[in-house]
Design a protein around this ligand. Structure first.
Ligand SMILES: C[S@@+](CC[C@H](N)C(=O)[O-])C[C@H]1O[C@@H](n2cnc3c(N)ncnc32)[C@H](O)[C@@H]1O
Length: 218
């Protein structure tokens, strides 16, 4: 298991509290439902949740699109254990995999859509570059990446709230987000159409919704 990653709530001992913390502090259901709707998922598609955490987004996606094949990938085996329990309890057919931090364990062109919520602010710029390159590779031609993650602050209050998050968390993985650099990083790895699909104000700052499309020619 790779050691150079930031767990969901920064420290491993807090992982069992992740679901409760997010539910209490974030409009989680609203954000995840919006991301799934944004993805415009069609019957029978193959989906990947990158940085799936405790599987909440995938379970919601499965509820709304039971005919899709859904995979979840995360670098942290501890959070994957929580996800496995939830998936098993729901008798779900979601399949979970561990990420080695370098290669997404799927062949080129596997997925119609990749979804990801609250993940890329945990990654250094080099890790983001690698993740976007790998996501591009595993998407089918014309496939789409849909992201909900911290973005450029909409106003001074949102900037202040996110500054507090950066103090508690760190500056080195979150700066790309707050500086609005994610679209440039996506472009660098080959994504063609990159669209900002709106913001959501939260207790911790501005959450940005993005869509990035792989070329139809692969
Ligand atoms: C804040 S949690 C978000 C979890 C989930 N996506 C959600 O919306 O609740 C961030 C997740 O990113 C994962 N993560 C951190 N670094 C990663 C990396 N390099 N590759 C993949 N996942 C990573 C963490 O293990 C954690 O599960």
């Amino acid at each position: 298991m790779p050691s150079d990653y930031i767990p969901a709530l920064k420290y491993h001992f807090l992982t069992p509290l992740y679901d409760g913390f997010i539910r209490l502090t974030m409009p989680e259901q609203k954000v995840k439902t919006r991301l799934i709707r944004q993805a415009g998922i069609q019957k029978g598609e193959t989906l990947l949740d990158f940085g799936c955490g405790t599987a909440t987004l995938m379970l919601l996606a499965e509820e709304l699109h039971p005919d899709c094949t859904i995979f979840g990938l995360d670098i942290d085996s501890q959070i994957l254990a929580v996800a496995t329990k939830k998936v098993t309890l729901k008798n779900s057919s979601i399949q979970l995999k561990e990420f080695d931090g370098t290669t997404i364990p799927f062949p080129d062109g596997t997925f119609d859509k990749v979804l990801s919520s609250w993940v890329f602010h945990h990654l250094t710029t080099a890790q983001k570059n690698n993740a976007f390159r790998e996501i591009y590779r595993v998407l089918k031609p014309g496939g789409e990446l849909h992201i909900a993650d911290w973005g450029k602050a909409e106003n001074i209050l949102m900037r202040f709230l996110f500054f507090v998050v950066q103090l508690a968390d760190n500056f080195y993985t979150t700066n790309d987000n707050i500086k609005g650099k994610i679209p440039h990083l996506l472009e660098k790895e080959g994504f063609q159409t990159i669209e900002w699909k709106g913001n959501q104000s939260t207790l911790f700052g501005t959450l940005a919704f993005l869509k990035a499309v792989k070329s139809k020619f692969g």
